[in-house]
Design a protein around this ligand. Sequence first.
Ligand code: ZN
Length: 408
Amino acid sequence: MWALQDARLADGSTADVVVEGDRIAQVGPGAAGGVPDAIDCAGKLLLPTFIDAHVHLDKVLIRDELREHDGTLAGAIGAIHERKRRYTAEDVRARARAVIEESVRLGTTRLRSHVDVDTIGGLTPLDGVLAAAADCSGIAEVQTIAFPQEGLLRDPGAYALMEAAVEAGADVVGGMPHWEVDEASQREHVRLCFELAERFDRDLDMHVDETDDGGVRTLEMVADEALARGFAGRVCAGHVCSLAAADHEYAERVIEKCRRAEISIAANPVTNLVLQGRGDRGLVRRGTTRIGELRAAGVNVLFGQDCVNDGFYPFGRGSMLEVALISAHAAHLTTRADLDFALRAITDAPARAMRLTDYGLRPGVRADLQLLPAPSWSEALRLQPMPEKVWFRGRLVAESSVQSVLHR
Ligand SMILES: [Zn+2]
């Protein structure tokens, strides 16, 4: 048993936290009294570690090896093909491991990664990410999503590989229906994904409508299928960019369906701010889904890193604090309530999307914690510090100290 004393919690209160084994045993003022191993937090901010529920670990850190392209989603997907053909499980493993380790240093200990499953790379990306997840199992927990990046109907053979991926250990069924060539194929893509999820009893986490074209409406297909098959609370839809460009009547209708189907929305403003709206002149669309309206309707909205230095996005470093800050800019989040929402979008919201029951900062949940050198959440968001300490399952897994000296 050990304890943290005089920690500032996100709500501004001060408390002690007692940890026993891999669990939080107690939270409250004076709870550490009598615990011999108590760390003095001196009023610094204690948070549960962040969750990145939307990242692509198989693609990370390949940017410099790709040919130049036009910067669009289609351009990036095409530019990656050649590199994907040359993937080896060891190459994917080393890159994924580097980003997992960096994420842990920066306060994230749970990740859910999409992994390409298609006839270009086969199951090599999955083998690599699963190996990296095993390498890092002592410092982080990584789930994988079988993701048909090249489509299911557009890429004959991908569906059989999706089945093999789930059998090989992918936790969640992915999808990308808007990538199919017409509406009938999109609908069939959605049906195939749900059928696979139903057969293997897996949740779904799909790429949905990552386009500026407001006429692309696979989100409604996903919501209808979730409602019809009783998948309430088991589906996450990522990106959902076209919702921002669609007419308000459709948006209202489909947001209500998402609320009823308890679909989580993974907004990824960090990537979509640079990827979408490229064809616009004058007022340029921002590519970000309707975060404000989804939030107002009570839909679970989370923020993901999505990409780290790959064909889609040249930046990113596995920092969910950075993701929250950029997303706050994209979604006009500035009031106190807004900043609390930004924190939830990288903590409780992804936990809910992943149906985690042992997450948070309360007795009984897993002791995945981080101590940040800031007096409050809003200051942590503004100043972007590295956590001083990160614990995973009650064990210290990362420490950092930064010293900056000014010479007059
Ligand atoms: Zn993505």
